[in-house]
Structures are given as structure tokens and as C-alpha cells.
Design a protein around this ligand. Sequence first.
Ligand code: EPZ
Length: 420
Amino acid sequence: MESFLIKGGRPLRGEVTISGSKNAALPIMAATLLTEEPCVLRGIPELSDTRFMAQILKSLGADVKFEGGTLAVRAKKIRGYADYDLVRKMRGSICVAGPLLARLHKARISLPGGCVIGARPINLHLKGFESLGAKIEIEGGYVHAQTKRLIGATTFLGGRQGSTVLGTANVMMAAALAEGVTVIESAACEPEVVDLAHFLNSMGARISGAGSPTITVEGVDKLHGAEHVIIPDRIETATFAIAAAATNGEVTIKNCRPDHLRAVLDKLTEAGASLQQRGGTLTVRRGRKLMAADVTTLPYSGYPTDAQAQMMALLTLAPGISIITERIFESRFMHVSELARLGADIEIEGPSAIVKGGRPLSGAPVMASDLRASAALVIAGLAAGGQTQVNRIYHLDRGYEKMDEKLRKLGAKIQRVEEK
Ligand code: EPZ
């Protein structure tokens, strides 16, 4: 397994270009199953998750060519079975369910199972499919969904933690080919849902209201092929912005959408960072000095759960008490014990982590546990004095394209090595 070896204490300086959004790319890749015509997707980040989704499309029968960030897919003839071995390795693959149901009127998808950050149920996805007339059976760890035809309906996708991003994507894709009008109430408002709606509409779908809690889908008989450029990754943008502040550097972030991460930029400003925005370019400096700040993760446009761990790494450096409350997932504090190994003083109290910040961090070997926790450990290692070895960085490679290369270009001393 590979690790990152980081010599910390150096400010990040220079320019970085943001890659396409992983969380926009995955459902949009699944949406190519909705037509038998060719689709071309550009700006697809080269990640283990996107390579995996390409494999899943192939396993369903599609012709797939993925190189240099461009994905050409033609799902002429497909089968409606996504194997456990494939789905369990990447939860995001659940978003092939909607397209398979819409195209084949049947789907046999493995239940994705949980992951380190939570149980990750799909009850709201299935509720949406049932609203459209699908018969759902769970048997042998698989979801068997079947229908004579999908009929438009009104469905409510709000759960205990708010809406569901991939559930909204799944139901929107199924509704695109249903008979009649579907109204998704309490829909997720994330920019990735909006990007999917844009792609579906370019295929001939009739979707309005994406980005708001009420999405209306007028079903059509067929969808045609289309081309699309994936939006920049707002979480990668947040990660580099936070790293700039954490290392007391100055980083200009290009090809980003600051309007997609207003909550993160607002929190960074509160914590003492100074930001300058010019269109799709954002320059981040630490500014005067870091200050403690409280963070609560919420559905969009609230503070994103996917940038919670990274902000915690920064706040360990800010003198004072910062309270970070995780409202979306039940166990998204795996990075806390690893940050403590670098000298951070953090106590978990139920859904909150109480960060007593201000002491400098010092390097140590740490273990990545999930995608965004790994990013937090890299940020902390860059800010810490001495050497930090971040182990199991395969977690990081799932969601960050060439992160070590991008950091080296910003002056970081970071090497990818075989774990000893
Ligand atoms: C998407 O996951 C993202 N993944 C996640 O990013 C992100 O953290 C999450 O949205 C929330 O923003 C992709 O887009 C591939 P949810 P998703 O359904 O759609 C509960 C990353 O780091 N829930 O919005 O699977 C669920 O347990 C990843 O890039 C139900 O109760 O998340 C959670 O508490 C991690 N029933 C909350 O809703 C359901 O049927 C939000 O989950 C579905 C979800």
C-alpha cells in the first residue's frame, strides 16, 4: 500500500487548477445508460472512483472509452444487473439503479452496504422508485426492482438528516423516462444535482427546479446522446483553500466555482483567512491570524459535510475553542484520533468535536480511514513541523486527482512512497 511522506512547515504558494467534480461525474456517468446513443463527457477526473464507475458501465454492457479526462459511452444494449462485488466497493454505483429501471424496467442491484462514515441506507431511493410504480423486493442482499412502466408521481425525499443527494439523482433519472409528471419534494439542492439536471436536459429531458427543494420532471419517451463538461470539484477547491490558510501560504485556485462553496469561504473568512475572487479564480491567504470558529454541517447550501474534516485540521491551529458538529453522517470523526497523534487537542462529545486550538502540530505517522479524513491528515501534515507519513492513501486517490503532484507544484515537500 502507498503512503504520502510530507515534510511540513512550508507555506503553499502558487497556482493550482481544480479538476472536475467526482460527485457530479458519478451520477452523470450513470445517466449515459438512459440512451442507446453515444454520449461524450469531458472534465471527468481520473480517480479510482471514476475508473470504477467506467468498469461498472462496461459490466452492464456499455461501450466505454475513458482517456485524458474524456469519457465516451454508448449503452446500446445493456443488462440490468450490478454485481455485489462491484457495488460494495463503491457506494456511488447505486446511482445506476434509476437509469436501469427507466431503460429496462428492471434492475437487480446489490445493496451497497455501509462505510466507515455511516450506515448509508438507501430507503429514500427505494421510496422514490416505489412512488413511480416500481415493485421493490430485497432478497439475498440485492434490491430487485421491477415495473411494467414508470408513472410520474409526487414523492418526498426528506430523511432525518435532510434530503439525499444520490437518491434525488436516482429518482430524477428514473422520472426522466416515466409517463407523466414527477414532482420530487424535499429534493437535494447540491450543485452536483443541478449539473446532472443540465446533462439530462441536454439529452432531451424536461427537468425544472433543480437546485431548489422542488424538482419537476416531465417524462419523455426517449432520450438522445449528448456532450457535457463536468463542473469543477467544490470539495477539492475547499481542500486547497483550507490548505493555503493552514500553511500560512498564498494559493490562487483556478477553474473553480466560488459560488458553489459560499459556506466554506464564509467560514474560512471567519477563521481569519483573506480571500479574493475574480470569476472562476480564487486567491486564498491566511491573513492576519487564525481565529477559532464553530462549524455545523448541513445539506446544501449549508456547510458541506465533505469539507468538515479539512476545516477541523485548520481549526486545530486557531487559538481558542472551535466546536464542529456533524449533522449529516453518524460517524464522520475518524480523523480526530489521527489528528491527535499530530498533537491536536480534540474531544468528541456526541455529534460534536470540541477543538482546543492554537498549539503547533508536530509530524508523526498517521492512518487514513476515508476519503475526506485523508485530506484532513494531509493538510495537518503540511502545517505540522517535521515529517508526517499518511498511510493508506488509496482512500485519497478515490477522490483527489494527482493531489501530490498539485501540492508539489505549490512548493510542498510531499512524496508518494510504498508503505514500509
Ligand atoms: C453524496 O452521498 C456524496 N457522494 C457524499 O460524498 C456526500 O457526503 C453526501 O452526498 C452528502 O452531501 C456522492 O455524491 C458520490 P446522501 P449520498 O444520500 O448521496 C441519509 C465524498 O466524500 N440517507 O445525501 O450517498 C444518509 O445516511 C462522499 O465525496 C438516508 O437516511 O449521501 C446520510 O445521513 C462521502 N436514506 C444523509 O441521508 C437514504 O435513502 C445524506 O446522505 C439515503 C440517505
